[in-house]
Design a binder for this molecule. Structure first.
Ligand code: BGP
Length: 463
């Protein structure tokens, strides 16, 4: 068993726009649904300043270059390019990402750009958001605009971040619950928007490559009872394969179709969709992975509301289909997320066997409460351990024949978590601020920064 990675393995680090940039109304930026969303807990920070990456991008990129990354995954805030989702281009917004891309290329870092990461323009949301077909048109135009503006230098693109988690965990991510019928009409629109992005990226960018970016985690049955296995089959389909089957095969899978039928959901498919679905495909799959989930067949309603409020097993319940089950074999992090490095290898193998496309991991990491010591250090051994265990499983998956081309963990720098503020940190670089006090936003290298730097330099996992 080797501990060396393939020669051109793409070591990276990832962020999203709204969780890092701040400057939420600067230089003509419009509001997104992340700027306006209802939050349960107002003691944690919102996204107005975040870690002010908008103004610190040069410093941040310099630090990331020092760490040695080859790939930087970030997203474009649609509302910087089109403040209202469509219409006049905001030149200052367009220029900002020109500058970011040039800065990355100066250090030889390849941009991997997510077109949209949870931050739909509020103006489009007001017109129905992803429930409205017109949002697909607006997305297509936005995607064409950025492909044309940056495609001479940015060759790698990701479509829409985790549409599966955005729809399943709607309350947490969007601040509101979407009724099932509407949710799966949104599914169709999101996936058609993605198909347009595949098509136009290939048409507009010479050598352009593009992939979907779902959150993929295997779903385990709680026991060997046949009905628990059936519950896992359904949740695997609804959570994982419905999305990738659409992206990579251009079809609704049969288990998912049955799930929709049994829920009386009918999806409106436009005449032009068939051509798009069947002819435009990704070049690779980008995958985010944090945890696996375990389900059983529900036997009684248990007084739980149908739905999913988190990625964790405990919160999953859809009467007639599946119910979350606490996996007794897995440890949890301090935010109650299970840790399952072996599950990463199995997930990679399952995904590769299904689609036979190169895979890049674009999120994986440990959210934790870090402590800045008086001498400016962050001893995040727990994060190093987490990364080490998962990277080891990446190596094992490669040995087992999976075409894993890169690993770009979450996150490059500390950022504001989806609903747990800045106290839940993921970065290699610490940003000095608290929930209520922005302080000086100074950057500090964590112990994991040096560990990852060494790993990239040697291309080897230290034993
Ligand atoms: C993914 C999202 C990221 C990120 C991550 C960690 O689902 O793509 O945006 O936030 O999860 O989640 P959290 O911030 O809830 O810890």
């Amino acid at each position: 068993m080797t501990n060396t990675f393939p020669k051109h393995f793409l070591w990276g680090a990832s962020i999203s726009a709204h969780q890092t940039e701040g400057a939420y109304q600067s230089d003509g930026k419009g509001l997104s649904v992340q700027d306006t969303r209802q939050r349960d807990n107002h003691d944690i920070t919102d996204f107005t300043v975040a870690v002010d990456h908008y103004h610190h991008y040069k410093e941040d990129i310099r630090l990331l270059a020092e760490m040695g990354i080859k790939v930087f995954r970030f997203s474009i805030a649609w509302t910087r390019i089109f403040p209202n989702g469509r219409g006049e281009i905001n030149q200052k917004g367009l220029q900002h990402y020109n500058d970011v891309i040039d800065e990355l290329l100066k250090y030889g870092i390849q941009p991997y750009i997510t077109l949209n990461h949870f931050d739909l323009p509020q103006a489009l949301e007001d017109e129905g958001g992803w429930s409205a077909r017109t949002t697909v048109e607006a997305f297509k135009h936005y995607a064409e605009t950025v492909f044309e503006a940056y495609g001479d230098r940015a060759k790698h693109w990701l479509t829409i971040n985790e549409p599966n988690i955005m729809l399943l965990v709607d309350k947490k991510i969007l601040g509101k619950e979407i009724p099932l019928q509407e949710k799966y009409q949104q599914f169709h629109h999101l996936m058609i928007a993605e198909k347009y992005a595949f098509k136009r990226c290939h048409e507009l960018i010479e050598g352009g490559k593009i992939g979907p970016v779902p959150n993929i985690s295997l779903v385990y049955p709680a026991t060997s009872k046949p009905l628990d296995n059936q519950a896992a089959l359904y949740f695997n389909s609804v959570r994982n394969w419905a999305y990738l089957d659409f992206s990579c095969f251009g079809r609704y899978n049969t288990v998912f179709k049955d799930y929709l039928n049994r829920n009386n959901v009918t999806i409106t498919i436009a005449p032009e969709d068939k051509e798009l679905m069947e002819n435009h495909f990704p070049d690779f799959v980008a995958m985010n992975f944090y945890t696996t989930v375990t389900v059983e067949k529900p036997t009684k309603k248990d007084g739980m509301a149908n739905g999913i409020s988190d990625q964790q097993s405990e919160d999953i319940m859809e009467w007639g289909f599946y119910k979350g089950f606490t996996n007794p074999y897995l440890k949890k992090n301090e935010f109650n997320w299970t840790i399952d490095p072996d599950g990463l290898k199995t997930t990679l193998q399952t995904l590769y066997d299904r689609y036979h496309l190169p895979i890049i991991i674009t999120e994986n990491g440990l959210g934790a409460k870090d402590e800045l010591t008086a001498d400016g250090k962050i001893h995040d051994t727990y994060r190093i351990n987490y990364l080490k265990q998962h990277i080891d499983q990446c190596l094992q998956a490669i040995e087992a024949g999976v075409d894993l081309i890169g690993y770009s963990p979450w996150s490059a720098i500390d950022l504001v978590s989806v609903h747990e503020g800045i106290s839940k940190r993921y970065g290699f670089i610490y940003v000095d601020r608290t929930e209520q006090d922005e302080k000086d936003l100074a950057r500090y290298r964590k112990d994991s920064f040096y560990w990852y730097q060494e790993l990239i330099k040697t291309n080897q996992l230290p034993s």
